[in-house]
Design a protein. Sequence first.
Lengths: 113, 193
Amino acid sequence: MAVALSVAELSWIPDVTPAVMDRISRDVVAYPEHFDRRPVAAPVPPPPVASGRSAGRTVGRLAVFAVLIVVIAGLFFFVATAHAAAASSFLPNAAFGVTLDACSIDLVLTEAA
Amino acid sequence: MTGTTFVPGEPADRVLVEAARRGDLYSWERLVRRYQEPVYRIAWLVVRDSDLAEKATQSTFVRAYRALSSLQDEAALLPWLIRIAAGESRQQRRESGRPNPSDRPIQRSATPQLPATPVASLGEVSDLSPRERQEVVEAFDRLGEDDRLVIAVRYLLGLSRADAADALSVGTGLVDEALRGAMVHLRSRLGPA
């Protein structure tokens, strides 16, 4: 009640807006380091969209990789078979079952060693 | 006038604060226009001098703009501004070398530029005689700064208890206690009814 009476005598107040904005505008130019600003998050770049050309390039790379795998596996199989043949010539009683199965190749190598 | 301001058709405080943080001066200008009156009233209650209150109000908004990133809750802008305004007003008073306004006559020579919002609760005391009104005003003016501020933020600005605590930099539980104490002081200055 009392405060209502007291401040009610302030029937007019000064418009400080022009002075405030003038001071801020001048300060922003003169002292930019004083104006602490929360960094605005940089926009997240959109994920790259795979074009038809890049998709074909990816398939080509996979095909080359598959061919290399087959070639390496073939060489490995050839070497293992050759060792098995050599071992059997020196150890005629040994039985070696060489199949296309990778586990069998391991077995052949173990027996050969 | 209340602590939370909602103006139909106007952007909320939060929207304008976020824009101002990105450097949008126009948004800050709208907030200055929105809150210059309560800030000026608080400043005037502290310094009791229209020129000093005007300077303190200007400094409040300039300082607040610089420190916008430290505002935790954008919706609680007014309590934050009041806290800054109280500090700026005390500083203006100290720099002016003037004594505490409770100890000297009040200076009222504001340059009128904007009509102030009528105080809604004024109707409650309309039955008082001019002499009684003057006694209440003088009793209020003789209160200490803290007493005037706590009465102002709760009864004049209508801030909630939490917002008032934020504005006065005290714990929520202390607001009611401070308010009770301020009213006791006011009654004692009014003398026997």
